[in-house]
Design a protein around this ligand. Structure first.
Ligand code: UDP
Ligand code: MG
Length: 332
C-alpha cells in the first residue's frame, strides 16, 4: 500500500522541565525542519508540548516558544496528572490534525534521529512503531535490575509488554482513533497498545544521559506505574488466590487423613484431631471460595473497562447494485 507523506506531530510531555525545555524545543524544531526538507514529512507538522501541571517556569517558556514560532503548540493540563495521562492528552489532541504522532520525552534522552526509522516503518505500512532502547547503560544498577525483573513479571502475568520499550512510540491516526475507544482511567499504555493489534514494527534507538534537570519519575511515581501496569492489565493475581486455595484444600485433606490415622493409633492428645481438621478445612475452603469470588470480580473489573471487543482495520465492500467498488478504511 502506497502511503502519502504524513503530517507528523511530536507529542512531548513536560513536568518541571525549565532547565532543558528551550534546548529541547530548538533540537526538535531543527529535526522537523530537516525531515521536512528531506520530504519525509509534510508541511503542517508540529511539536505539541503537553504541560503536565509544572510548578516551575516551564509553561511560561512553552508559551514564549509558541508565540515565536507556530511550529510549537501547547496544551496545558490543569494539574499534574502524570506522564501516561499527559501523553494520552497530547495524542488525543493531535490526532485531529496529524497523520502520525510520535510521543517522546522532553529531556532529549531518547535519540531523536530515530525518527527517520519510525517514519520509514510507517511508510512501509506499520500503524504502530515501538521504540526499543539498545541498552540500559545510562540507568543505574537499581533501575536496570528492577526494570528487567518487572518486564519478566509482566510477561509471567500474561501481559503483552515489549521489553525495554518506554513511551517513545509512533502511532498512526487510525491507531489513535482506535485508542480513543478505550475508556479506562487506570492507564498503562505500554501494556494496552500491544493488545490492540494492527501492523506494528520495532525501532531500536540509543538512550543518552539526561542533559539537564533531574528525573521526574520519583520512586513513588515509578511504583504507582508498576502497580498500575499489573492491576490494570491482568486479573491473574486474583486467579492465584484460587490456585492457592485449591492447594491448601488438597494439603488439608492429606493432613486430615494423617491425623485420623494418628488418632486411630492413639498417638494424639484429646481434641487435637478434631481441632486440626476443623481449622484445616475452614482455611482451605475459605481461601478457595475467595478465589472463586476473585474470578467473578476479575470479570466485573474487565467489564467495567468497556474496552472495544474488536477493532476493524480495513474493509472492502463491493456494492453490486451500483457496480462500484468501495475501498474503505475505518476504525470502529
Ligand atoms: N513527566 C510528566 N509528568 C510527570 C512525570 C514526568 O509529564 O508526572 C514527563 C517528563 O517531563 C518527561 C517524561 O515524562 O518528559 C519522562 O520523565 P523522566 O525523563 O523524568 O523519566 P525517566 O527518563 O527518568 O524515566
Ligand atoms: Mg528521562
Amino acid at each position: 500500500m502506497e502511503r502519502m507523506t504524513p503530517i507528523l506531530y511530536l507529542v512531548v510531555p513536560c513536568y518541571n522541565e525549565e532547565e532543558i525545555i528551550e534546548k529541547t524545543a530548538q533540537v526538535m524544531k531543527d529535526k522537523l525542519g530537516r525531515l521536512l526538507q528531506a520530504g519525509q514529512i509534510r508541511q503542517g507538522s508540529k511539536i505539541l508540548f503537553v504541560n503536565d501541571g509544572s510548578k516551575d517556569s516551564t509553561l511560561m517558556l512553552l508559551h514564549r516558544a509558541a508565540a515565536e514560532d507556530s511550529v510549537f503548540s501547547v496544551v496545558s493540563l490543569a494539574g499534574n496528572y502524570g506522564h501516561q495521562s499527559a501523553i494520552l492528552a497530547g495524542m488525543m489532541a493531535a490526532r485531529k490534525y496529524a497523520d502520525v504522532v510520535v510521543t517522546i520525552d522532553a529531556d532529549l534522552q531518547q535519540d531523536i534521529e530515530a525518527l527517520d526509522k519510525f517514519l520509514a516503518s510507517y511508510m512501509q505500512g506499520a500503524e504502530i512503531v515501538y521504540g526499543v532502547r539498545n541498552d540500559r547503560n545510562t540507568d543505574g544498577t537499581f533501575k536496570k535490575g528492577t526494570a528487567t525483573a518487572y518486564y519478566k513479571l509482566m510477561q509471567l502475568l500474561g501481559t503483552k509488554v515489549i521489553a525495554n520499550h518506554a513511551d517513545y512510540r509512533l502511532m498512526s491516526k487510525k491507531a489513535l482513533d482506535a485508542l480513543s475507544e478505550y475508556q479506562e482511567t487506570n492507564l498503562f499504555l505500554r501494556g494496552l497498545i500491544p493488545t490492540m493489534g494492527f501492523a506494528s514494527d520495532v525501532v531500536y534507538f540509543d538512550v543518552k544521559e539526561r542533559e539537564a534537570g533531574k528525573s521526574k519519575y520519583t520512586l513513588s511515581k515509578m511504583m504507582t506505574l508498576a502497580m498500575d501496569g499489573i492491576t490494570s492489565m491482568s486479573v491473574r493475581p486474583l486467579r492465584m488466590i484460587a490456585a492457592l486455595g485449591f492447594c491448601v484444600c488438597i494439603f488439608s485433606v492429606a493432613m486430615c487423613i494423617f491425623s485420623v490415622i494418628d488418632w486411630l493409633n492413639g498417638n494424639t492428645v484429646q481434641g487435637y484431631t478434631t481441632n486440626l481438621i476443623v481449622s484445616l478445612i475452614m482455611g482451605g475452603v475459605t481461601l478457595f471460595s475467595l478465589g472463586i469470588i476473585g474470578e467473578y470480580i476479575g470479570k466485573i473489573y474487565m467489564e467495567t473497562k468497556k474496552r472495544p471487543r474488536y477493532i476493524i482495520d480495513t474493509v472492502v465492500w463491493k456494492d453490486d447494485a451500483a457496480g462500484k467498488v468501495q475501498d474503505e478504511e475505518k476504525t470502529e
